[in-house]
Design a protein around this ligand. Sequence first.
Ligand SMILES: [Zn+2]
Length: 107
Amino acid sequence: MAKKLRCDRCGFELTDKDSIDLAYAGMSAWQTSARARGIKPRGVLPCKNYIRCGGEIVKLKWFPPHSKDDYLTGIKYIIKSILSLPVFILIFSWLIILIIIIIRLIN
Ligand SMILES: [Zn+2]
């Protein structure tokens, strides 16, 4: 799932990888300066519309969903995890059976 950053007030989004990387690179510097000014930082960076919206760019969690798209991604994520578990158990149990057979053959 693609990493996304969004303003918690006006909804401005950072979606391209370069600006997201840049945001993370500047995160600690900004958070330090915010704390020095007595502001508790909520997110990664202040919004580029900060003067108007006073928001901060925060990391989006896949749950609770923020839009219909995120909602679908969340559902797909859950379905994928549910589907991958039985496959994993199946492969794992076959491996154990195989190991038991090999041990019995050796003895
Ligand atoms: Zn904003």
